[in-house]
Design a protein. Structure first.
Lengths: 375, 75
C-alpha cells in the first residue's frame, strides 16, 4: 500500500508520523510505504510569526529541518508536486518524476493573498511570512504615534489573529511608552468583533476598557497610502495599517483545478476529496467551513491517520472527524485564554489568565514534539 | 450564472456570514449563492450585510431546522 502525503506542514507531518507508528509492522515488512513530497526542507512554526511582528520571538526559533521531525521510515523528498492526476492515482513533481499511489493526502496549506485587495500589498503591514513579520516589526519600531487601523480579510488563517495582534500591539506600544500617542481602531468583516459570539462578547468590554475603537461589517475593498475603504462604504484614514489579508489555497491546487480559490471540496467527517475514496485533504487546503488553524490540521491528521491505518489493517475507517478545533487567544497584559469547539458543541471561553499565557508560551517551544506526534 | 451551495450548517467559526463573504469573492456577478445555516443569527446578520453591501437577497426560508438564504451577487 503506497501512501503519498503532499505537503510537509503541521498537518502532513503529524499525519505521516502518526501513520508511521501505526503501520510500523507493515512498513518493516514492505507491505506499506509512506512518501512525503514537500516544497521545502525546512518546517516553519507559523504561529510564531505573530510574535516576530512585535519583537517577542526571533526567526531562528521558527524553523527545524523537516527530516529531523519525521520518523525514519518515512521517505521524504523536497520535490513539490506540479500535477495531480487523481483519476489515475499519480502525481508529477517539479523535477519531472511521477509518483503512483494507492492513497494520497493533500496538505499543501494556504497563503496570504494581499494582491487580492488593491493597494494592500504596497501600503499595509502583515505578518504571514518571515519577511513581512520582520518588516512589520521594523515599521513599528519607527512609529512614534498616530492612528493605527487593524483590518481583516476573508477567509484567513488563524481566526484569533485579529484580536491577538490588537492586544499584542497595545502591549507593544505600552512597553515603548507611546500608547498615549496611539489611537487604535479595530475593524472586522461581520456584525460583531469576532466570528465566535462568546469571544466577541468578551472582547468588546476589553476594547472599551483599553480605549480601542471598533467598527464591524468592514470588508477591505481598496487601500491607498493613507486610507482604507470597505465594501460596505466605510472609509478610515490611518498612519499605520495592520492587516490580516484574505487567504487562498496554494497555486498548485488552483492550477490543477482541484477547488475554487485553491480550497478542495472535502467530506466533513471522512476528509476525502469529494468524488474520490482514496484521496484525502487536511488542514487549510480543505474547503470545510471551519477555522483554518494549526489545531484543525492536527486533529484532522489524527483522525485520518487512524482511518488510513484501519483501512489497511481491517478494510475500512473506524472514526469520523468531529470538527474539533482548539485555539489559544493571547489577550494582552500577560494573559491568554482559549476556545475549543467542534461541529456540535460551541466554544465557552473562560476569562483570560496569566497561567494560560505561560502555557501558550511553553507550547511555542513544545510545538516540535507536537509535530513529531508526541503530544 | 450558476447557483452555488454554501453549506455552513453546524459550524461556529468562521460561521455562515464569513463563509458567504469568502465565497462571494470567488463568484461572478450574477451568480446565486444558497447559504445553509443552523445559526439563528444568520436570519438577521446575513440580510444586514447583503443590504449594506448592495447584493440581492432572493429568498429566505427554513426547512428541517436549516435556514436557507439565497443571495445574488450584483457587483
Amino acid at each position: 500500500m503506497r501512501i503519498l502525503i503532499v505537503g510537509g506542514g503541521m498537518g502532513g507531518t503529524i499525519l505521516a508520523n502518526n501513520l508511521a507508528r501505526r503501520l510500523s509492522g507493515e512498513l518493516k515488512a514492505g507491505k506499506a510505504s509512506i512518501t512525503m513530497l514537500s516544497a521545502s526542507d525546512q518546517h516553519m512554526y507559523q504561529p510564531g510569526l505573530l510574535y516576530i511582528a512585535v519583537g517577542k520571538m526571533f526567526p531562528d526559533e521558527l524553523y527545524r529541518d523537516q527530516v529531523c521531525l519525521l520518523e525514519s521510515s518515512i521517505r521524504f523528498q523536497v520535490d513539490p508536486v506540479t500535477k495531480f492526476d487523481l483519476a489515475n492515482n499519480n502525481v508529477t513533481t517539479e523535477s519531472g518524476k511521477r509518483h503512483d499511489y494507492d492513497i494520497i493526502v493533500v496538505a499543501t496549506g494556504s497563503r496570504a493573498h494581499a494582491e487580492g485587495t488593491p493597494g494592500l500589498a504596497e501600503h499595509a503591514l502583515q505578518f504571514y511570512t518571515e519577511a513581512d513579520a520582520l518588516n512589520m516589526y521594523q515599521r513599528l519600531q519607527e512609529f512614534e504615534g498616530g492612528k493605527v487601523v487593524v483590518a481583516v480579510g476573508v477567509p484567513h488563517k488563524c481566526p484569533m489573529a485579529p484580536l491577538e495582534i490588537t492586544f499584542m500591539l497595545i502591549d507593544y506600544f505600552k512597553a515603548r511608552g507611546i500608547w498615549d500617542k496611539v489611537q487604535l481602531h479595530y475593524t472586522y468583516p461581520i456584525g460583531r468583533v469576532h466570528s465566535l459570539e462568546p469571544v466577541a462578547n468578551w472582547a468588546v468590554p476589553e476594547f472599551e476598557r483599553l480605549g480601542v475603537t471598533y467598527e464591524t461589517l468592514f470588508n477591505m475593498k481598496e487601500v491607498t497610502a493613507d486610507t482604507i475603504i470597505s465594501e460596505e462604504g466605510g472609509e478610515e484614514s490611518y498612519d499605520l495599517l495592520v492587516t490580516i489579508p484574505s487567504h487562498k489555497g496554494m497555486e498548485v491546487i488552483e492550477e490543477n483545478e482541484l477547488g475554487p480559490g485553491g480550497f478542495i471540496p472535502t467530506n466533513r467527517t471522512r476528509l476525502n476529496i469529494e468524488g474520490y475514496e482514496n484521496a484525502f485533504v487536511i488542514g487549510d487546503t480543505t474547503n470545510l467551513p471551519i477555522s483554518k488553524a494549526g489545531s484543525t490540521a492536527h486533529f484532522e491528521a489524527e483522525a485520518l491517520a487512524e482511518n488510513i491505518a484501519s483501512t489497511i489493517k481491517i478494510g475500512g475507517p473506524v472514526r469520523d472527524y468531529d470538527g474539533k478545533v482548539f485555539c489559544f487567544i493571547e489577550a494582552g497584559e500577560g494573559r491568554a485564554t482559549y476556545a475549543m469547539f467542534n461541529y456540535q458543541n460551541p466554544p465557552d471561553p473562560k476569562p483570560p489568565t496569566k497561567g494560560m499565557h505561560w502555557f501558550k508560551t511553553v507550547y511555542n517551544k513544545m510545538y516540535w514534539a507536537s509535530a513529531r506526534g508526541l503530544l | 450564472m450558476e447557483r452555488k451551495l454554501v453549506d455552513a450548517k453546524n459550524t461556529f467559526c468562521p460561521g455562515p456570514l464569513m463563509e458567504l463573504i469568502g465565497q462571494m469573492k470567488l463568484a461572478s456577478v450574477g451568480d446565486e449563492l444558497e447559504v445553509l445555516s443552523t445559526d439563528k443569527g444568520s436570519a438577521s446578520d446575513i440580510p444586514e450585510w447583503i443590504n449594506k453591501v448592495g447584493h440581492e437577497l432572493l429568498d429566505s426560508f427554513e426547512e428541517d431546522g436549516v435556514l436557507h438564504l439565497v443571495v445574488k451577487k450584483t457587483k
